[in-house]
Design a protein around this ligand. Structure first.
Ligand SMILES: C[S@@+](CC[C@H](N)C(=O)[O-])C[C@H]1O[C@@H](n2cnc3c(N)ncnc32)[C@H](O)[C@@H]1O
Length: 284
């Protein structure tokens, strides 16, 4: 069968299983199998697939039919121009987190050699992107998942920034003495989905680690701990930037103000939803 035939077969297989954007999923997977750019696979409709390509393609289509995210199937995800390895041990990096990284860059633009503490690094996407955007930065990145940390280190090595990021297994803030007053910036995309909502998420998202999603009864467990712990780790004038869920803007702003942060504000994404909360410790 030629590429066009496989594409049509895959599209109807995925559509029968209610996979969103069945055609686009099939085209993306076929392009990956053929090693060509997305969108060109369809154009190569008369090209015959080798037996190996056909086997791989159909294996991937079946996985997509079980609602496995495409990033897990192909094993990579782009993030701010970086190609990151992903696996089911970590959250798939999202565009919102690209915005968080760009906000961090703005927050510490004036600091010559910034020190950055990231809580919950996952694939290492934010730490790695920040180390590329800010070549003078020193970064300390934590997670409680050993498997995520191993992947983050692998990604950092692949992008040659491993010598500037220290990946450490650490539970939120375990009050590490050496980090007291150390950071110019604390950043986190913490688990923030309210527990009762996790089981109602799209099947693709439910395949991601619960540890990366579940933020407790109101989704704010990790955020509360970070807001309470960050002032000890920050220098005076240091900033805290958090990715939040769209309904959490007001609550997180209250938490930041109560913890003594000033200039507290919430940034919205392109669709007008609250996504990033920021505060700064007053200068002493
Ligand atoms: C929403 S994911 C974010 C991952 C990555 N930074 C990103 O933006 O794609 C949250 C991360 O926090 C980690 N995490 C969960 N509980 C934690 C804790 N108590 N201390 C440190 N990290 C934690 C999870 O393992 C997960 O990697």
């Amino acid at each position: 069968m030629d590429a066009a035939g496989w594409l049509a077969k895959a599209e109807s297989f995925l559509a029968e299983r209610d996979v969103p954007e069945a055609r686009a999923s099939a085209e993306f997977l076929l392009a990956e199998v053929l090693g060509v750019g997305r969108g060109t696979a369809a154009a190569r409709g008369e090209r015959a697939l080798t037996e190996r390509q056909a086997f791989q393609f159909w294996d991937w289509v079946k996985r997509r039919g079980r609602r496995e995210p495409i990033a897990y199937i192909v094993g990579t995800q782009p993030f701010l121009g970086l190609d990151l390895e992903v696996s089911r041990d970590c959250l798939i990096p999202r565009p919102e987190t690209e915005e968080l990284v760009l906000e961090c860059e703005r927050l510490i633009a004036s600091v010559p050699a910034p020190k950055i503490l990231e809580i919950g690094t996952g694939t290492g996407c934010a730490a790695i992107a920040l180390s590329q955007l800010l070549p003078q930065a020193t970064i300390f990145a934590t997670d409680v998942s050993d498997k995520a940390l191993a992947l983050a280190l692998k990604n950092a090595i692949a992008h040659n920034v491993h010598h500037r990021i220290r990946f450490v297994r650490e539970d939120l803030f375990s009050d590490r003495q050496s980090l007291r007053g150390w950071a110019d910036l604390v950043v986190s995309n913490p688990p923030y989905v309210p527990s009762r909502d996790v089981d109602r998420l799209e099947p693709e998202v439910r395949m991601e680690p619960r540890l990366a999603l579940d933020g407790g009864p109101d989704g704010l467990d990790a955020i509360r701990a970070i807001v309470a712990g960050a002032p000890k780790m920050l220098k005076s004038g240091g900033a805290l930037a958090l990715e939040i869920e769209e309904r959490q803007g007001a609550a997180v702003s209250r938490l930041l103000n109560a913890a003594g942060f000033s200039g507290v504000h919430v940034r919205k994404d392109a669709s007008g939803r609250d996504r990033i909360a920021v505060g700064r410790l007053p200068e002493k």
